[in-house]
Design a binder for this molecule. Structure first.
Ligand code: HEC
Ligand code: HEC
Ligand code: HEC
Length: 383
């Protein structure tokens, strides 16, 4: 027979241990909740710091160090921040704005930033809101030729050049928009509604999230011009038109080459203008020569080195050094890329910038003439 043992003591010890454990668990629970709150706040602070670093690196050249706006609109703007949700800001940054200097930043759109990066930047911009001033923007005037320029990069793949449609397999013209009858039948409210909301079932993309209101207004100005039977030339650079003129000459198409030269001349500048005249005269006389044309294209644009020096100091020296010794940006004195490239190549590069680096494109920031002047100055550093 087992001895009748007395367990009361053990039971009491067990109970005490359980109570102590319970107490310490609930203490841990309580402090954990505080710890979690602290770490969320910490995370938010980190995200803000990270967002600020990304903003400084990628956005200040256009939107200003405090988001006050330079070439790009002010982001430190009460009205904008009240109207735009985080989602809208995210989308604008991710996809950029086609045909403006606002690049697409999302990796899915060829940019350098991850979703997490963009969220951090949105947090940083959102933090402006509390103290943001209201920014009054100047009057906007829609422009058909800006609309045509946008159309020629964004819409023409489906709707054809000048909106005249494309041919299907059977040779029928489809998707024409520049068609007087339908333009007269529908007003701009109708066009605006279709452009903004798309026709997803038919394959017409939704543009309202990608294009700014102003860009849509430019497209509607284009519809007006087409409706009035006007032929609208897109805004284009001299360099683009010289490329097109050269291409036409190489195809033996003097008439088109002359067309492009005549469009380039009024906006061209500097000492090369006399070459524009003589080459145009040769083409008109049926003696167009592609090699001479290629020389002009490669020499374009020439500028004034003295004016360029001042601009370089203002705009480029911060990264490339006041003596071209380099810094954030590459060394400019001397620089192999410049030595080996034509003016047109350096021009195209500085207009476009290099994706994923601090070297932003200067298209829309500096005029063609200003860039030409800087290039003339940079040439004086190459021997
Ligand atoms: C090279 C110049 C340039 C750079 C760099 C640039 N932006 Fe922009 N951004 C613009 C321009 C120009 C617009 C206005 C486009 C338009 O007309 O709709 C714009 C528009 C925007 C808008 C929409 C504002 C609105 O009014 O709806 C946001 C948000 C924005 N940019 C954020 C950024 C962020 C964040 C970065 C950096 C990751 C950045 N941008 C870098 C030029 C730039
Ligand atoms: C990926 C191809 C594609 C692109 C790019 C595209 N569209 Fe469309 N669009 C369509 C299709 C498909 C339709 C539907 C045609 C139909 O249903 O008859 C359409 C219809 C339209 C219509 C209505 C035409 C009509 O008279 O019925 C307008 C206006 C229009 N698009 C404007 C634009 C503009 C402006 C752009 C550039 C910002 C653009 N589209 C870019 C494919 C495209
Ligand atoms: C915010 C800094 C920054 C500014 C401002 C800047 N650059 Fe740059 N630039 C860079 C960086 C970084 C590179 C190198 C990009 C790379 O890694 O390919 C570069 C590259 C270049 C190159 C190509 C050099 C080579 O060897 O590949 C040229 C030309 C150039 N910049 C010209 C200019 C001019 C002209 C200006 C002023 C209008 C300017 N940059 C302003 C940062 C800057």
């Amino acid at each position: 027979m087992l001895k009748n043992e007395n367990y009361t003591k053990q039971l009491l010890i067990g109970l005490i241990i359980t109570l102590v454990l319970l107490a310490s668990f609930s203490y841990m629970f309580a402090t954990e909740a505080i710890r979690m709150e602290e770490s969320t706040a910490e995370h938010h602070k980190e995200s803000l710091g990270y967002g600020r670093a990304l903003f400084v690196e990628n956005c200040t050249s256009c939107h200003g160090t405090r988001g006050e706006g330079i070439v790009g609109p002010a982001l430190n703007d009460k009205i904008l921040l009240e109207e735009a949700s985080d989602g809208v800001l995210f989308a604008s940054i991710q996809t950029g704005r086609p045909n403006t200097t606002m690049p697409a930043w999302g990796q899915a759109y060829g940019g350098a930033l991850t979703d997490e990066d963009i969220h951090a930047i949105v947090d940083f911009i959102r933090a402006f809101e509390e103290n943001a001033p209201e920014v009054i923007v100047g009057e906007f005037t829609p422009s058909a030729s800006r609309g045509a320029s946008l159309f020629s990069t964004t819409c023409f793949t489906c709707h054809g050049e000048n909106g005249l449609g494309v041919e299907d397999e059977d040779g029928n013209t489809i998707l024409a928009i520049n068609d007087i009858d339908s333009l007269k039948k529908n007003d701009n409210d109708w066009y605006e509604q279709i452009i903004v909301n798309g026709l997803p079932a038919s394959g017409m993309p939704i543009w309202g999230e990608t294009l700014s209101d102003n860009q849509v207004q430019d497209l509607l100005a284009l519809m007006d011009a087409w409706r009035a039977g006007e032929n609208v030339a897109p805004e284009a650079t001299v360099a683009q038109m010289l490329d097109s003129a050269l291409f036409s000459l190489e195809q033996g198409d003097g008439e088109n080459a002359l067309f492009y030269m005549n469009r380039a001349k009024p906006i061209a500048f500097g000492p090369l203008l006399t070459d524009f005249e003589s080459i145009s005269a040769d083409i008109a006389a049926g003696n167009g020569d592609a090699a001479t044309m290629a020389d002009l294209r490669d020499a374009w644009p020439t500028g004034d080195a003295e004016a360029g020096e001042a601009l370089y100091k203002e705009t480029c020296a911060g990264c490339h050094g006041s003596e071209g010794q380099g810094g954030v940006g590459k060394r400019m004195q001397p620089n192999d890329f410049i030595t080996e490239s034509t003016n047109a190549d350096v021009f195209a590069f500085t207009q476009a910038g290099r994706e994923g680096t601090a070297m932003q494109g200067y298209k829309g920031i500096l005029t063609e003439e200003q860039l030409a002047n800087i290039i003339a100055f940079l040439r004086t550093w190459q021997e």
